[in-house]
Design a binder for this molecule. Structure first.
Ligand SMILES: [Fe+2]
Length: 190
């Protein structure tokens, strides 16, 4: 398999870990209990930054290459960039709903639930479509020289080895959130 596609799939797994954290906190909210808002806010913050800084730029590069190589096939996979923008809008709705809950505004629980559920479900569906439809189409169309070019482009995004690696920063952030969530779960089970 092409290395960058493997990386993207792994990033989807990592994104899903955080969606599961959000889902667990949502189930606490749905039971009428107080979820861990520190965790929820950390997940929202993560999603505000991680996809656009780390994940989507990689997809954008391969999609641009795909469009140049086979515009008709590329058009058939739909507009991934538009879907990414929609995802950001859904996340904005989540952030807004959580802010309002935290400022004690009267909100119908069902609508808070629906907004968060909508974000989780669409993110999952979007990643599933990328893996099932987009990535295989890209792999079929691109030539070895395209992948070499993509690898060069991606390498360009990183600074000198002495600079802190932004990918590493997000891994640390993700680990911290997963640990916070684990601690919240243990506290709830006590
Ligand atoms: Fe993706």
């Amino acid at each position: 398999m092409i290395e960058i596609i493997d990386v993207l799939r792994q990033e989807h797994r990592d994104i899903d870990k955080l969606l599961r954290v959000l889902e667990r906190e949502l189930s606490v909210f749905d039971r009428g209990e107080r979820p861990d808002y520190e965790v929820i806010l950390a997940v929202i913050d993560y999603f505000k930054n991680y996809p656009d800084i780390c994940h989507h730029p990689k997809e954008d590069i391969i999609v641009e290459r795909f469009q140049a190589r086979d515009p008709v096939a590329a058009a058939a996979i739909g507009d991934l960039q538009a879907e990414h923008r929609e995802g950001a809008k859904r996340l904005g709705r989540v952030a807004h709903a959580v802010e309002r809950v935290l400022s004690d505004e009267d909100l119908i629980r069902q609508s808070v639930h629906d907004i968060i559920r909508d974000f989780i479900d669409h993110e999952r569906k979007h990643m599933e479509t990328e893996e099932r439809v987009a990535f295989p189409a890209v792999v079929k169309a691109l030539q070895p020289e395209d992948w070499a070019d993509i690898a060069l482009h991606l390498a360009d995004r990183y600074g000198s080895p002495s600079e802190p690696d932004f990918e590493e920063k997000f891994s640390t952030l993700r680990r911290n959130i997963l640990e916070l969530e684990e601690a919240a779960e243990i506290e709830r089970s006590d």
